[in-house]
Structure formats: structure tokens, C-alpha cells
Design a protein around this ligand. Structure first.
Ligand SMILES: [Zn+2]
Length: 383
């Protein structure tokens, strides 16, 4: 049985995770290229994103890219999934025509400090582009929502300011005159104006995004098919795998998708969730979006987000998730009325992205194992 060993794959902390990733990369057989991207920090910590690339042995047909920790503290689960894939699946894969590129803990500051964003307050999943235009995008709606609903003062309540403005009209939730859906979609998109606003995408690529872009530019050419699995937690039904795509054109090649993913047949393993579903939202500068930017004509892309739910996806869960998100955001910027409240908010926040429940942990690993096995088999790299 995998059960006990599976729980051991969840790391104690960032350093523990990095050490295991490096060990697994070193132990893997065959040709490989390891790299280490230093992420400068004012904290004096030695932050690195570690990568290992297993090139195809004969010809370049399919490239799989597997990323953990785009959102810092989601790397607890992302690391465990990568460690399972590297230790169990990789030795069984036929690497003749396929390459495998593992990027570990893309936001080490956030992993260590239990934040989603980087030290500069940037959400890396709004920071990805090969072109400068992204960082000039204006999302005035998001700035208005942040100015209106995030008080520039210490957190002093169990309920964030937004939820204290809540009212119901029939089944529909409003905060003053702004509907829940408008709030989620307006702020979720990302903005490039203010660190204090929600889902800040930065003014330029963060150091690790610049490095990742450079690495992908080197690796991608020559492959026919490119598949991204970007590992996340925190959105959707509890312990359920939601397969999401990027929103920009070219993120998902329909033929490649049809070959690798069979949402009907795979219903026991995942839900395929289009970006416009209620409670989910479109984004600018997502990791998925950079793949079509870097691909050359004729390359087929499937840039997928693997998102495991934690709290759940009922209305109450979504509201609680909002509460935890906004309290942590406000607290990280303006502090807390007392230390106990700060500790409580931070503990809730960690639980939201990395539940303690061993059942949740076992289930996401079992699901990832089954999911990757099916995809690798359909890609012809696993018999
Ligand atoms: Zn995430």
C-alpha cells in the first residue's frame, strides 16, 4: 500500500522539500540537466527554485512540464505530487521520445513564509508573459474593488470588511451593490498597478519568471507537443481534482486535449472546469498563458492547471474562503489588532491551502497518481 509512504511525501517545510527534490533528481537515472534559479531576498534567506530536465533519448515528440509552488504555500502539496511522480512514475516512463521538466517551488519565499505571493507581493500566476504589454494592463475595476473593500488599517475582526457589507437578494449575494460573482471575476483577473490591491501581477517579470521563460525558450523548440501541469490547491470541491485551462488562445489544442484527457471516462478522477464556471474566473499573466506565447507554429499545447479543492465549493465555503483571503491580505499589509488574531488568520490560511487532514492528503496523491498514469499512458510514454 502507498498510504503511509504517501503521507511522508508531504514536506515539513521549504528546506525539507528542496532537499528531497534535489535528492530525487540526483537519484534519477539517465541523462538530465539540473539547474538552480536564485531568488534574491531581503530576508537573507537562501531561496532557490530547483529544476531538473530529462531530455528525450531519441527524438523530441512530447514535453511534459510539471511546476509546483507558483503560489508559495501550495508547494506543500505540489512538492508531494512531484516527489511521487519522480520516485514512482519516472522510472517506468519510456523516455525515448518524451522530455520531462520539473520546476520545484517556483515561489520559495511564499513557501517558507506561508504566503501565496512573492516577497514583492506579486502573484506569480498573474506575472507570466514573454512580452512587456502585460505589465501595462489596466484593470481599474479591480483597483476600485480593493480601495472600497480592503480598509488600510489592521485587521480587527473575525469577519473581513467585505463580508460585513454582505446582503442577500433571493439566492444572490451582494456586498453593497457588487455581486459576489462581480467581485470574484473583477479582482481575480489580476492588476498591474498596486501591491496593495488584490492579485497584483507586478511591474515586470519576477526573477524566477524571467528564468523560467528563458529555460522554456531553450527547451521548447523541436517538440511536437507540449503539456503543462501546474499544481495548485485551494479552489473547488474538497480533495477533488479540477482540471482548468488557460484563457488565451492556443493554451489548449483540441486534438491533443482529446488524445490525453477524457473528462467523461475520467469522471472518477477529475472534473474538467472551463474558466467561465461560477466561482472560477479568468486570469491575466497565468503560467498557462506563457506557453502559447513561446510556442512556434505547429506545436500543439495543452497548458493545464491541476487544482485540488480544500475548503469546498458550496456558497458558505466560498464565502469563508473569501474571508480568509481578504483577512490575510489586509493583515499582511497593515497588521493585526492583536497577535492572537494574526496567528489565527495565518493558521486558517495555511489550512486553506494545505489541510492537515490525512485523508485529504492521501486522496490528492492517489488522484494525482491515477491522473498522471492515465495521461502518460495515452501519450504512449507508459505501458
Ligand atoms: Zn494556486
Amino acid at each position: 500500500m502507498h498510504d503511509m509512504a504517501d503521507l511522508d511525501l508531504f514536506p515539513k517545510n521549504y528546506e525539507d522539500a528542496r532537499a528531497r527534490f534535489l535528492k530525487l533528481a540526483a537519484q534519477a537515472e539517465g541523462p538530465k540537466v539540473s539547474d538552480r534559479w536564485v531568488v534574491p531576498s531581503a530576508t537573507g534567506d537562501n531561496f532557490t527554485v530547483d529544476t531538473v530536465y530529462f531530455p528525450p533519448l531519441n527524438k523530441s515528440k512530447t514535453l511534459f512540464v510539471i511546476i509546483s509552488g507558483v503560489h508559495g504555500l501550495e508547494a506543500y502539496a505540489g512538492h508531494a505530487i512531484q516527489a511521487m511522480a519522480m520516485s514512482e512514475l519516472l522510472p517506468k516512463l519510456n523516455r525515448a521520445d518524451a522530455g520531462f521538466f520539473f520546476i520545484h517551488s517556483l515561489n520559495p519565499y511564499g513557501f517558507k513564509n506561508h504566503t501565496r505571493g512573492t516577497e514583492a507581493g506579486v502573484n506569480l500566476n498573474r506575472n507570466c508573459s514573454a512580452f512587456p504589454d502585460l505589465y501595462r494592463t489596466k484593470n481599474e475595476e479591480s483597483i476600485r474593488l480593493s480601495d472600497r473593500f480592503i480598509p488600510k488599517e489592521p485587521v480587527d475582526s473575525e469577519r473581513c470588511f467585505l463580508l460585513r457589507q454582505m446582503r442577500k437578494e433571493g439566492e444572490k449575494i451582494f456586498f453593497d451593490d457588487v455581486s459576489l460573482d462581480e467581485f470574484i471575476k473583477g479582482s481575480g483577473l489580476g492588476q498591474f498597478t498596486s501591491r496593495e490591491g488584490l492579485e497584483f501581477g507586478g511591474f515586470q517579470p519576477e526573477p524566477q519568471i524571467a528564468k523560467m521563460t528563458e529555460a522554456l525558450k531553450n527547451i521548447l523548440p523541436g517538440f511536437e507537443d507540449i503539456v503543462l501541469f501546474d499544481l495548485h490547491t485551494g479552489l473547488g470541491e474538497r480533495a477533488r481534482l479540477h482540471l482548468l485551462t488557460g484563457d488565451v488562445e492556443g493554451c489548449v489544442d483540441p486534438q491533443l486535449f482529446a488524445q490525453l484527457f477524457k473528462p467523461e471516462e475520467d469522471r472518477s478522477v477529475y472534473d474538467f472546469t472551463p474558466a467561465e464556471s461560477e466561482g472560477f474566473y479568468q486570469t491575466l499573466g497565468a503560467t498557462n498563458n506563457i506557453f502559447p506565447e513561446l510556442a512556434t507554429a505547429g506545436q500543439r499545447i495543452c497548458a493545464m492547471t491541476m487544482e485540488f479543492g480544500t475548503l469546498g465549493h458550496t456558497l458558505d465555503h466560498q464565502l469563508e474562503s473569501l474571508n480568509q483571503w481578504l483577512r490575510e491580505h489586509q493583515g499582511s499589509l497593515y497588521g493585526y489588532a492583536n497577535p492572537d488574531l494574526g496567528n489565527e488568520v495565518r493558521a486558517d490560511y495555511l489550512e486553506k491551502f494545505f489541510p492537515k487532514d490525512p485523508e485529504w492528503r492521501r486522496q490528492i496523491l492517489a488522484t494525482s497518481r491515477e491522473f498522471l498514469t492515465r495521461v502518460f499512458r495515452r501519450a504512449g510514454v507508459l505501458r
